[in-house]
Design a protein. Structure first.
Length: 265
């Protein structure tokens, strides 16, 4: 059985509106990959859309019960045959050469657990309106993980989108899979990577297109959960005081108040 270099994990639940664009963006990549699509009990046309491709690189799996996004991600990681893996949500897309470029970075640094890049924000129609990246680095290479961790803790905006990351599976297995008790499992796992002996590489190129819309897969999931509570739990897991989180929100609230005062003047 052929063992691909890269595994792409796509979790989906009722993704009929955009999943064809997500799948096609992966299938158009010039890289050695498999696409693992896990359907989390969809009740729309999603399964039939996927089956319609008939591409041998696609592996379609079904959850017997609705497991939620984190457990589905972990199932995908376990199913990976590739040395590296990444995620593409069913309403997002990846630009050409995204897989190959990130895999190349990981191959050139054997101590790297992950590489991440910039994300392009697109609207429901696919129109670009914003680029999201790590503002404290403009060049490719290993990031200063202490600075990155501080940025994660104190910035109100995450410096990355989940799908912009590509991971080395062997090192992820050493660190452990996503914490299925947390809605912020991806955030906590990146924090775990920061606190490991492995490198995290930054590629200052757009490697992911995140589609912002009212029913966005990740946004909808997080909106329904206790976001702040789970971040407190994630921080406690690493011995970080929850006061850091509240300090951050205090700063943002103060900035908002000051801006309104300045505007009135």
């Amino acid at each position: 059985m052929h063992k691909p270099e890269i595994s792409v994990i796509m979790a989906t639940h009722n993704g009929e509106k955009y999943i064809n664009k997500a799948i096609e963006s992966v299938l158009s990549q010039d890289a050695d990959f498999e696409l693992i699509i896990i359907d989390d009990c969809s009740n729309d046309a999603t399964p039939s859309i996927i089956k319609g491709y008939g591409d041998k690189r696609i592996r379609l799996l079904f959850n017997e019960n609705n497991m939620g996004i984190t457990k589905t991600y972990n199932r995908g990681i376990r199913e990976c045959r590739g040395e590296f893996f990444t995620f593409v949500d069913h309403d997002d897309i990846i630009p050409s050469q995204s897989l190959g470029k990130r895999a190349s970075v990981l191959k050139n640094n054997t101590n790297a657990v992950a590489v991440f890049g910039k994300s392009l924000r697109i609207d429901e129609e696919g129109r670009a309106y914003k680029v999201k990246g790590y503002p404290l680095s403009r060049k490719q290479g290993p990031i200063d993980k202490r600075v990155f961790e501080s940025y994660m803790l104190f910035s109100p905006v995450s410096p990355w989108d989940h799908g912009s990351f590509m991971f080395r599976k062997a090192y992820v297995e050493e660190l452990g899979y996503y914490d299925e008790e947390l809605v912020v499992a991806d955030w906590e796992f990146v924090l775990r990577c920061c606190r490991s002996d492995f490198d995290i590489e930054y590629l200052p190129e757009i490697v992911y297109h995140y589609r912002a819309h009212p029913n966005n897969f990740m946004r909808k999931y997080r909106r329904e959960r206790h976001w702040v509570r789970d971040k407190r739990l994630a921080m406690a897991k690493h011995g970080l005081p929850s006061s850091l989180l509240y300090y951050r929100y205090f700063i943002e609230s103060a900035k908002g108040i000051c801006s309104r005062i300045s505007y009135k003047r």
